[in-house]
Design a protein around this ligand. Structure first.
Ligand code: T4K
Length: 377
């Protein structure tokens, strides 16, 4: 069985729309000579994404990290922000780039999102906002977090970089909190090659964000703030318009893969899988498992290495924790004793390959391999 897996299987791979369809967009860009700065496709994509996601306002960005940095700027967030250590480093880096002190609070053990019950104890007079992440696209406990924010007068910016298209009771998860930030990186469910966006709920905020991503320009000669250059260009926007036509099919294919993993792995001892949440439209952006060495027989890292030898490139998203990186390790909230659940999950988590073009027989082979390894111990 092992010999069957020859070609490398990555944790993810973008699906490419038909090239001829993209060439049609490129021809129009060539003719217009409008390459960036709020061109035709940029405007079209903002409209279409609002419709698709079911949100009022969206501002496109060149990537998710600049969108996060700008989101914090747009709400004038300062001082301290409570956030999760279990995310991609860009979440906390965005605070650093704004001169804001990150305060880490632990995650909950079910879906690995910021634990609302740990937020209050982390609030100080300097706290101005909460920056939770919908990790793997699973919604945070938005109601509890909102209640805390309302009580203490804090802003909420959701890092929704994994949560494209996710809905809770038919309502976009982007409609919660003050702002939500998306990433459209090549490794995401929906991609514009590099790219990102901020979702907001009113026109004034949208305007401010648009100024900030364009150097602060509010007109030809008016600069209202020290903005940055974080604009999405026309080629990215055109790619995004094309991807949008296919994204529902992509999500369906991901769902089929998740279904196989769940079915095949549900009885493997020492492997924990996440389940779907009732009322949530999931996007199946990642397929994380937790590997318990005591029950599975080998550690997560040993499993990672064995799979790698078999040309299966899983990823340890998110290990190490952000709080373990030298830039943040010195913070008192980064102490391991403050983050026991995050520590445990980071030690055990492994993201299995999931992407629309992954052949189902490969998924079955990966499952067989995981079972074989366990049975051999
Ligand atoms: N917040 C959160 C919660 C995030 O997860 C991210 C990004 C951000 C903020 C920041 O958003 P951006 O500024 O990136 O828009 C990847 C991505 O670079 C990063 O976007 C993503 N999160 C993070 C979770 O994963 P790496 O270093 O793991 O990527 P890489 O290059 O190793 O790619 C993984 C696999 O994907 C490769 O083994 C092969 C495949 N791949 C990758 C690329 C780039 C392709 O097949 N084609 C490609 O073009 O970080």
């Amino acid at each position: 069985m092992k010999e069957d897996i020859h070609k490398p299987v990555y944790v993810t791979q973008p699906s490419m729309p038909p090239l001829e369809e993209f060439t049609e967009y490129l021809k129009l860009i060539w003719e217009s000579k409008q390459l960036t700065n709020n061109g035709r496709f940029h405007q079209e994509l903002e409209k279409e994404l609002c419709n698709y996601l079911g949100v009022k306002f969206i501002s496109l960005f060149s990537n998710g990290t600049l969108a996060l940095i700008t989101a914090l700027q747009s709400l004038r967030v300062t001082g301290e922000v409570i956030t999760t250590p279990f995310s991609f480093v860009a979440t906390t880096h965005a605070l650093w780039w704004n001169g804001i002190k990150p305060v880490f609070a632990d995650i909950e053990p079910e879906f690995y999102n910021l634990n609302p019950d740990k937020i209050e104890a982390a609030i100080t007079p300097q706290t101005t906002a909460i920056l939770p992440v919908h990790v793997y696209g699973n919604p945070c406990n938005v109601d509890k977090i909102q209640k805390i924010a309302d009580t203490y007068g804090l802003k909420i910016i959701y890092d929704a970089c994994h949560a494209f298209g996710v809905k809770s009771n038919n309502n976009s998860i982007m409609n919660f909190g003050d702002l939500s930030v998306l990433s459209f990186h090549a490794t995401k469910v929906y991609t514009t090659i590099e790219g990102g966006a901020i979702v907001c709920h009113d026109e004034i905020t949208k305007k401010r964000i648009d100024f900030l991503k364009n150097f602060g320009f509010a007109g030809e000669t008016t600069v209202v703030a020290p903005g940055i250059n974080a604009k999405m260009n026309e080629v990215q926007a055109a790619f995004g318009l094309l991807q949008l036509k296919y994204v529902d099919t992509y999500i369906e294919k991901r769902k089929d893969i998740a279904r196989i993993y769940r079915e095949e792995l549900k009885d493997v001892k020492g492997i924990k899988i996440l389940h779907d949440i009732e009322g949530v439209r999931h996007n199946y952006s990642y397929f994380p498992i937790l590997v318990d060495i005591n029950k599975y027989g080998i550690s997560r890292d040993e499993l990672y290495a064995i799979l790698k030898k078999e040309n299966i490139y899983t990823r340890r998203y998110f290990y190490p924790l952000i709080s373990e990186f030298p830039s943040y390790k010195g913070l008192s909230s980064a102490a391991q004793s403050n983050l026991p659940v995050a520590e445990m999950v980071a030690q055990q988590v492994l993201c299995l390959p999931i992407f629309p073009d992954l052949e189902l027989n490969y998924v079955n082979k990966i499952c067989s391999l995981l079972k074989e390894i366990c049975n051999a111990k």
